[in-house]
Design a protein around this ligand. Structure first.
Ligand code: NAD
Length: 510
């Protein structure tokens, strides 16, 4: 979690990432700063201001001032601005990916993929005129018509995690803006620079000043947003304890909230699965982005005789992965985001060994020549893990894959469903019947069938169940439109001689 202690810049010579308020970079009024690291080198790259309440006030005031004109702009014009933004993100995709890769530590091609998934949501949002159409019913009574209007909610806020510094904000603000809302983003303080690049591109695309604002910071900035009377809706993505806090605090303040939390995503492997295909898919899903993905596969449930050959193949593939600096060619995995997180993940590997699981591949001893101060950890694979072990129960959020063994598909589904998280779940099998049973019975918001990371395309919606989501609506897609609009139902009559008169009894149809 973010630190909340009083902090001074570790090096006054380093530049601080600006806030973005009312269409321009802005200095924070804070005296507290954090270090933004380059996880590959272990060095401080720049500073990030931990915004104070006064910064949040300025950002919300700018968003509120911009709201009347933006919500009054024709949806087709808002869509044109977003279309231009989409072109600019594509133009600067490499620049954005380089910024992400440097501060997060994911390899460059993975960062390019992250931006691409964000672009897809912008493409969805470009359909705004169609998406915010209401319904119309002619003649619901004599001379009476009924219709609905989808109106913007107002000033919306987004609070986002470190692991997708461009994509997760892009799950939110393109849809919010398309619907006529204005927006305040509080990105992760660990990799804040991508959000400022996005703000610059929105400005260049023609988004009016104040429609999109960025404040950086930790829990102080977040809590100021959650309690701010000028904010009408909050979208959060991050860990489960913070998601619960955000949901409870913002809902108590009367706001609309969607708070997406952590995950422990399972892949069930049946004996009839294609072994080579499955192992290849699982290794990418477990260790890609060093396991720092909310949809990473972190638990494999091997059914019956699938276990021995699967573990042997996974181990061989994991040992062959190339781990190194995020900007080096040909790397499969970069470092973890901070030293503290790297050490926390390594401590889980220690704990797994102490709990009696079989450590088949050990990532702890890895050093990367010339990058000895980087936050690297190699892939780790545990076999014969039991559900009571901490390495199974907790979200580790690192390159650690655990294998549990069961005898039947029913036992596998039961195991998945007993886990408190319900983000994604996947099955690998050659049997349509088994896949259908899994799809129907598994308690998760997103299901993959021979697809390890079933992140929905932009015209569906993304979200988990149970401890992976607090709130009712998933992000982007149709549920994103529902979240960022309020429905107004209108009943209309234009009195004429033959329309009858209003009475004192309950009006009925006809
Ligand atoms: P985090 O919960 O530590 O931080 C998320 C955001 O909350 C950041 O902006 C941070 O500044 C803020 N924050 C942190 N502590 C806070 C506190 N005490 N009070 C108020 N605000 C606080 O998460 P993270 O480490 O940045 O990201 C990793 C987590 O996010 C993992 O648990 C991962 O599963 C989850 N995640 C979930 C999804 C999803 O779609 N469900 C997607 C991406 C990441």
């Amino acid at each position: 979690m973010a630190t909340s202690v009083e902090r001074k810049p570790s090096s006054p010579a380093l530049a601080a990432v600006p806030l973005w308020i009312d269409g321009a970079p802005a200095a924070s009024q804070t005296t507290r700063f954090g270090d933004v690291m380059n996880p590959s080198t272990g060095e401080v790259a720049r500073l990030v201001p931990f915004a104070a309440g006064a910064d949040v006030d300025r950002a919300v005031a700018a968003a509120a001032a911009a709201l009347p004109a933006w919500r009054g702009t024709a949806a087709v014009r808002r869509a044109r601005v977003l279309t231009r933004f989409r072109e600019l993100v594509e133009r600067d995709q490499k620049k954005l990916a380089a910024v992400i890769s440097q501060e997060h530590g994911k390899v460059f091609l993975d960062a390019m993929g992250e931006v691409q998934r964000g672009i897809e949501v912008v493409e969805f949002a470009c359909g705004a005129p169609h998406l915010v159409k209401g319904a119309y019913s002619d003649t619901v009574g004599r001379g009476v018509d009924a219709y609905s209007r989808l109106e913007p909610v107002g000033v919306c806020a987004g609070i986002t995690p470190f692991n997708f510094p461009a994509m997760v904000p892009m799950w939110m603000f393109p849809v919010a803006l398309a619907c006529g809302n204005t927006f305040v983003l509080k990105p992760s303080e660990k990799d804040p620079s991508a959000s400022v690049v996005l703000a610059e591109l929105l400005e260049e695309a023609g988004v009016p000043d104040g429609v999109f604002n960025v404040v950086h910071g930790d829990s102080e900035a977040v809590d100021a947003i959650l309690r701010h009377p000028g904010v009408q809706a909050v979208s959060f993505v991050g860990s489960t304890p913070v998601a619960k806090h955000v949901y409870a605090t913002a809902a108590a303040a009367g706001k609309r909230v969607q708070a997406l939390g952590g995950a422990k995503n399972h892949a069930v492997v049946l004996p009839d699965a294609d072994l080579a295909f499955t192992a290849e898919a699982l290794v990418g899903a477990a260790y890609g982005s060093a396991g720092e993905r909310c949809m990473a596969i972190s638990a494999v449930v091997a059914v019956g005789p699938s276990a021995d050959p699967l573990v042997a193949t996974l181990a061989a593939l994991a040992r062959a992965l190339k781990v190194g600096p995020s900007d080096a060619e040909g790397m499969d995995m970069g470092p973890l985001v901070t030293q503290a997180h790297r050490d926390r993940v390594a401590a889980y590997i220690d704990a797994g060994v102490a709990e009696g699981a079989d450590l088949v591949v050990d990532g702890r001893g890895l050093t990367v020549p010339r990058f000895e101060r980087g936050f690297f950890l190699g892939p780790a694979l545990f076999d014969r893990v039991s559900p009571d072990m901490a390495i199974y129960q907790d979200e580790i959020f690192g390159p650690v894959l655990v294998v549990l063994r069961v005898d039947t598909l029913d036992q596998a589904i039961d195991l998945v469903n007993r886990n408190p998280y319900g983000n994604g779940a996947a099955i690998f099998t050659g049997s349509g019947g088994a896949a259908r049973r899994f799809e129907e019975q598994v308690e998760a918001g997103m299901v993959g069938i021979n697809v390890p990371i079933p992140v929905p395309v932009a015209f569906y919606s993304f979200g988990g169940w149970k401890q992976s989501l607090f709130g009712d609506l998933h992000v982007y897609g149709p549920e994103g439109i529902a979240f960022y609009t309020r429905t107004k139902a209108v009943t209309s009559r234009w009195p004429k001689d033959d329309a009858g008169s209003s009475g004192f009894v309950m009006p009925t149809l006809g």
